[in-house]
Ligand binder design. Structure first.
Ligand code: SAH
Length: 352
């Protein structure tokens, strides 16, 4: 449809659609329109970043969580899970291995684990910062107070990933128990940005009860927040959650929506996620070919890999840090992309 093409081109030139325009883009695009968008997003990403992808090592350092998100495999109410947390020394050992493999960004991700108090996280960040002054430290540990975010930042954290999950209040309420509120998640995201973090928001594609309307709200929210990073992957069911019976999101829809994010935020750091790679063996390659410029191989110790399952059949739980890296590097080479070493910070196209 010419109308959809015109909207895609307008988005690429910086014109934001209104709510109805987003809904149209999300639900009325034909297969050809979707490919058109993905190809345009790839061209734009190549022009901006070259044929290279930033690699980040992800360390899943605790699967204890006080929250009870209905979609998530490490939710508090999942009694089938054996819980673990790495010690500070074990996290440092992961960083050491990662550094040797060439990583210059460490992503510390975990559940909201009360054992890891704000003070302990601050001390951990300080230790990593001192040991690896040339590396970026990314945290992905959920909702904290503004003071805590400030303390982590002052200790040396550079980036923070906190997906907003959905910008629609009623939809948020269907994905989370009443104790968790969208308002606080949004407060966190604006705090993180104000403090000076490179901040990442995002959502799952095909999450239960998601509609074109809720996705339109997600895009409007991303347009308003203008995060430096956007994490988007398909929803995948986990057998020990209330959402076990819901179907997985589609790879095609995820790739198309990733391309729209690339066109809207030309400078963004946009990962081709593990969830996308889990849904489709070529998912991460297709992601890069639709405008993504980041991949996050796993650096967690082998012994805990199978315990950090947010969803079923997660890719890469059998691979060591080194073989995760080699496999992804080979996948990127296959499509003509190189792995970028270096921190790979966000820069605005206007400064470049
Ligand atoms: N506790 C941290 C990290 C959460 S895990 C936080 O609150 O940010 C990182 C992301 O994994 C979540 O934000 C969610 O969007 C995604 N995720 C969780 N369960 C999932 C599932 N079943 N399928 C796909 N993605 C999932």
């Amino acid at each position: 449809m010419e109308d959809i093409r015109a909207r895609i081109l307008a988005l690429a030139e910086g014109t934001l659609p209104d709510h109805a325009g987003w809904v149209a883009l999300i639900q009325d695009a034909s297969e050809e329109d979707r490919l058109f968008s993905r190809n345009l997003a790839r061209e734009r990403a190549q022009a901006r970043f070259g044929r290279q992808v930033f690699f980040r090592g992800i360390i899943e350092f605790t699967n204890h969580c006080k929250n009870d998100c209905y979609y998530c495999g490490i939710r508090r109410s999942n009694r089938e899970l054996s819980r673990y947390r790495l010690t500070e020394d074990e996290v440092l050992t992961c960083c050491k291995e990662g550094y040797k493999l060439g990583y210059r960004t460490f992503v510390l991700q975990g559940g909201e684990d009360g054992w890891w108090t704000d003070e302990k996280i601050t001390a951990l960040v300080r230790r990593i910062r001192a040991a690896y002054p040339d590396c970026a430290i990314t945290l992905s540990i959920g909702e904290k107070s503004r003071q805590a975010y400030q303390a982590f930042f002052d200790a040396g954290a550079d980036r923070y990933l906190l997906r907003h999950e959905t910008a629609d209040c009623a939809h948020y309420g269907k994905l989370h128990p009443p104790a968790q509120a969208l308002e606080n998640r949004m407060r966190c995201l604006f705090d993180l940005k104000e403090i000076g973090y490179q901040t990442g928001a995002g959502m799952m594609i095909g999450a239960p009860y998601q509609t074109a309307d809720t996705l339109a709200s997600d895009f409007a929210f991303l347009a308003k927040l203008r995060p430096q990073m956007v994490g988007i992957g398909p929803f995948l069911p986990h057998r020990d959650t209330p959402f076990r019976e819901f179907p997985a999101g589609s790879a095609e829809q995820t790739l198309y929506l990733l391309s729209l994010v690339r066109l809207m935020l030309p400078d963004a750091l946009l990962p081709a996620t593990t969830a996308l790679g889990t849904l489709d063996g070529r998912g991460r390659q297709e992601g890069v070919l639709s405008g993504c410029n980041v991949v996050m191989p796993n650096l967690s110790p082998m012994a805990v890999r199978k315990k950090y399952l947010l969803y079923d059949h997660k890719a890469g739980t059998e691979d060591s840090g080194e073989s995760s890296l080699q496999k992804l590097r080979a996948q990127m080479q296959e499509i003509g992309y190189a792995v970028a070493v270096g921190r790979g910070d966000f820069t605005s196209g206007r400064d470049a």
